[in-house]
Design a protein around this ligand. Structure first.
Ligand code: GLC
Length: 573
C-alpha cells in the first residue's frame, strides 16, 4: 500500500511557472500563413485564439532562427534573427503583442550546445589556422594515426556515425577534426571559452528585451565535455546516453552513480554545466518573471533535480515520466520519485508525454515494442493499435494533467494525433535517417503538419494552398480540429475540460497524496486539492466513487457509473 503522506503542499501565490501548462509549437508544422507548405509565425499568430481557448498559459516555440534547416532549425546560423521561412523580427513582435492580449507568454528555444556550420564563427574557424582564436570557439582536435587520419576519439553521434568530421585546411591539405554530437552541420561550441559564454549572454538578453518570457534550453546536459575528451565506455544514441531510465537503477550512492556516469558518458551530464546554468539564471533574474526549462536528459530523477537547484533552471522536462509506460506500478513509482526529487530542492516537477523528438504518445501507447528514443516507426515496421493507443493516451493525459507542477503539451496531442507511421522515405528530413542509411527512420513521424479544417484542402487547412512539407496520413482528416471543436467526447474537448478544471481547483499548486482507500490491485488513485483522480489499468470495471464527476476519458453511456479499462475519471469528493 502506498503512503498517504502529502507529497506536495498547496502553494498560494506561487510564481506562474510552478503550475503552468506550456504548449509546444513546432513552427514548421503548426500553421502556414503564406501557403508555401512550411509553417510560419504569421500562421501561428492567426491561430492564437485557439490556444487561448484550449486554456494553456504559455507557448514554447521550437527554433525559428536563421538556419539552413539541416536539423529542422536546431542548427542556428544567426541567433538574433528569424529565418525568412518563418517570418521576420517584426512578425515575432506582433506574435508577442497578440499573445499578450490573450494572456499567453512566449518562450524561445535556445540552442547553445552547437551552431550551424553556416554560422559566421564556424566559417571563420574553417578559414583560420589550428590553434587560432577562431578555432577555439569550437572543439577542433588533431586526428589520431600517423597522418591524423583517425578521429580523435570513439564517440558516436546521437544521429548515428562518428561525432567527428575532418576538414580541409585553407591550404588544401587534410587537417583537423571538429566535434559534433549531432549532425556534421552542427559543430559543438567550446563552452570552456569565455568568448562563447559572453556571446550567449547577449543572445539571452536580445530575446528577453524583445519580450520573451524565457527559454527552453536545448541539450542542457551536453555543453561541457570531460577534460581530455576520453573514449566513451558504451555509446548509446539516445539523448540520455541510457537506453532506458531503468538502466541507472543501482545500489550505488547518488554520488557514486553520478561519478560513474560522468566517466562512462564523457559528453553528458558533466559537472561544469551547472556553472553555465547559473550564468543563464543570473541573466534571467535581471528581468521580472522569466523562466528557463532545461532539456537535461539525465537519469535518474534525483540527478535531474540537481539542474533545478536554487540559482539554476526553473524547470527541466521530466523525461523519466515521458519514458514510463502506461503501467500502474511504474507510474506510481515515477510520480513519487519525481515529487520527492524535485521537492527536495524546492522545485516543481514537470510532466510531459510527447515532443518533437519522440513517438507521439497516442501511438506509443498502442505499440508493444516501442523503439529507442529518436528512432521512429516506418511503413515496414509492425503498425500500432490505433484504438488502444487513443484510449490509453486520453487516460494518460488525464492522469498527467491532474498532477501538481508544470505540464507540457506537444502540438496536436490535444487532437489525439497519432504518429505518421507510414511516411514514405522520400519525404524524410531527419538527419538520423540519412546518417544511418535508413536503419533508424528518425523523428519525422511526430512532426507532420497539423490538420485544422477537415477536407479544406490536401493539408486539411494547415496551409491555404494545401501544400505541406510533410504529407499527412489519411487519418488526420478524422482528427482535424474542425471535427472535434464543440463535439462532446472528442479529445480536444477533453483537454479543454482538463485544463479548465485543473485551473479552477488550482491543481498545479495543489496538495497531493496517493489515495489507497480508492485503489484496488488494478487501479491507481490520487487526491489533489480535493479532486480524486482514478485510473483503471485492467479489464475489470470498478464503480466510480460518489461525488461530482468532473471529467471522464471515455463517454460510454452503457457503462455509466463504472470505470472501464484504460480509463481515468476526475471526481470532486
Ligand atoms: C534537442 C532537440 C532535437 C535536436 C537536438 C540537437 O534534443 O530537441 O530536436 O535534434 O537537440 O539540437
Amino acid at each position: 500500500m502506498p503512503t498517504t503522506e502529502l507529497l506536495s503542499h498547496a502553494r498560494k501565490d506561487a510564481e506562474w511557472w510552478r503550475s503552468s501548462v506550456i504548449y509546444q509549437i513546432y513552427p514548421r508544422s503548426f500553421a502556414d500563413g503564406n501557403g508555401d507548405g512550411m509553417g510560419d509565425l504569421p500562421g501561428v499568430t492567426g491561430r492564437l485564439k485557439s490556444l487561448a481557448d484550449l486554456g494553456v498559459d504559455a507557448l514554447w516555440f521550437s527554433p525559428f532562427f536563421t538556419s539552413p534547416q539541416k536539423d529542422a532549425g536546431y542548427d542556428v546560423a544567426d541567433y538574433k534573427n528569424i529565418d525568412s521561412r518563418f517570418g521576420t523580427l517584426a512578425d515575432f513582435d506582433s506574435l508577442v503583442a497578440k499573445a499578450k492580449t490573450l494572456g499567453l507568454r512566449i518562450i524561445v528555444d535556445l540552442v547553445p550546445n552547437h551552431s550551424s556550420d553556416q554560422h559566421v564563427w564556424f566559417q571563420a574557424a574553417l578559414k583560420a589556422a589550428p590553434g587560432s582564436k577562431e578555432r577555439a570557439r569550437y572543439i577542433f582536435r588533431d586526428g589520431k594515426g600517423a597522418n591524423g587520419e583517425l578521429p580523435p576519439n570513439n564517440w558516436e553521434s546521437v544521429f548515428g556515425g562518428s561525432t567527428w568530421t575532418r576538414i580541409t585546411e585553407a591550404d588544401g591539405t587534410l587537417g583537423q577534426w571538429y566535434l559534433h554530437i549531432f549532425d556534421t552541420s552542427q559543430p559543438d561550441f567550446n563552452w570552456q571559452n569565455e568568448e562563447v559564454r559572453a556571446e550567449f549572454d547577449s543572445v539571452l538578453r536580445f530575446w528577453l528585451d524583445r519580450g520573451a518570457a524565457g527559454f527552453r534550453i536545448d541539450v542542457a546536459h551536453g555543453m561541457i565535455k570531460a577534460d581530455g575528451l576520453p573514449d566513451i565506455i558504451q555509446n548509446s544514441t539516445t539523448m540520455s546516453g541510457q537506453d532506458s531510465p531503468d538502466a541507472v537503477k543501482t545500489e550505488e550512492t547518488q554520488e557514486e552513480l553520478i561519478r560513474r556516469l560522468q566517466i562512462e558518458n564523457p559528453f553528458w551530464g558533466q559537472e561544469g554545466v551547472h556553472e553555465i546554468n547559473r550564468r543563464f539564471r543570473s541573466i534571467l533574474d535581471e528581468y521580472d518573471d522569466r523562466v528557463m526549462c532545461g532539456e537535461a536528459w539525465v537519469h535518474p530523477l534525483s540527478r535531474m533535480a540537481s539542474y533545478v537547484k536554487p540559482g539554476e533552471y526553473h524547470q527541466t522536462f521530466n523525461f523519466g515520466y515521458l519514458e514510463t509506460p502506461w503501467n500502474k506500478e511504474k507510474l506510481q513509482d515515477v510520480v513519487t520519485e519525481s515529487l520527492n526529487a524535485f521537492g527536495a530542492v524546492g522545485a516543481p516537477s514537470t510532466w510531459v508525454l510527447s515532443n518533437h523528438d519522440v513517438i507521439r504518445h497516442a501511438t506509443r501507447m498502442g505499440y508493444d515494442q516501442v523503439p529507442k528514443q529518436g528512432d521512429g516507426i516506418g511503413p515496414k515496421y509492425a503498425q500500432p493499435d490505433e484504438a488502444k493507443g487513443q484510449r490509453r493516451a486520453r487516460a494518460a493525459s488525464a492522469f498527467m494533467l491532474g498532477l501538481p507542477g508544470g505540464a507540457y503539451i506537444y502540438q496536436g496531442e490535444e487532437l489525439g494525433l497519432p504518429e505518421h507511421t507510414t511516411l514514405e522515405d522520400k519525404y524524410r528530413e531527419d538527419p538520423t535517417f540519412f546518417r544511418t542509411n535508413g536503419e533508424r527512420v528518425g523523428r519525422d513521424g511526430c512532426r507532420v503538419p497539423l490538420p485544422w479544417e477537415a477536407g479544406a484542402n490536401e493539408s486539411n487547412g494547415f496551409s491555404t494552398t494545401g501544400a505541406s512539407w510533410l504529407p499527412q496520413p489519411p487519418s488526420y482528416k478524422r482528427y482535424a480540429r474542425s471535427e472535434q471543436e464543440g463535439v462532446a467526447g472528442s479529445t480536444l474537448e477533453l483537454y479543454k475540460r482538463l485544463l479548465k478544471e485543473r485551473k479552477a481547483f488550482d491543481m498545479g499548486n495543489g496538495e497531493f497524496r496517493w489515495a489507497p482507500e480508492f485503489m484496488n490491485e488494478n487501479t491507481l488513485a490520487y487526491i489533489n486539492n480535493g479532486i480524486l483522480v482514478l485510473a483503471n489499468f485492467s479489464g475489470d470495471p470498478v464503480v466510480i466513487p460518489a461525488g461530482d464527476l468532473l471529467v471522464t476519458t471515455q463517454h460510454d453511456l452503457r457503462l455509466e457509473g463504472e470505470l472501464e479499462h484504460d480509463q481515468v475519471v476526475w471526481v470532486k469528493l
